[in-house]
Design a protein around this ligand. Sequence first.
Ligand code: AMP
Length: 215
Amino acid sequence: MEAIILLGGPGAGKGTLADFLKKQTTYIHVSTGDMLRAAIQAGLAVGLEAKAFMEAGQLVPDSVILRIIEERISRDPAENRFMFDGFPRTIEQAEGLDLLFKKQGGTVKHVFNLVVEREILLKRLTSRRICKTCGAVYHVTNKPPKKEGVCDLDGGEVYQRADDSEATILKRLEVYEKQTAPLIAYYQKKGLIRDIAAGGLAAETDALVLKVLTA
Ligand code: AMP
């Protein structure tokens, strides 16, 4: 088992990059945010547990996240390659992943650190829209769906996430700085960090990452 990790603040472009890598590589996309939103929609217990944290822009407890990740990666055969998007988000989760991979014989190949200025993150998040069914990412002006409110890929409803409101966005940025940014040093020590300038066009970010993966 092998994994790459997409790391970066909210709005850094992890989901958009994942949409691209899904088509260009054999990595299986695992987004804890998408999984939690799906669990809420389906009325599952884990969704109920997560909902209040998500709406407040706070992190869902590590134990819940590690449980859904363990379940997800043990569902696929050992030769699979995963692309983690929005996981890990704390040092505890990164340590939990290390332990899980030690047990199951997995390795982390690269950690792509998407570097974007705070001002750009804020602008992107307020303009972001996503598909309710497949999670495809749109932008009201830069990348609107062909038909307003309808996903180009599967016809699902394109909507604004509840946690993409201005107050919650500020909280999520603060949570990122405090709890997730320390992961950069954690993975730097392991020699896995690949800094990617991600403040420009999505196509530029895509190309930089693909270059590392195909090197
Ligand atoms: P995302 O779609 O990755 O932006 O995640 C949306 C929200 O889901 C976050 O603000 C958290 O509340 C929760 N969440 C997603 N992934 C994680 C994670 N790895 N650890 C803790 N909370 C998470």
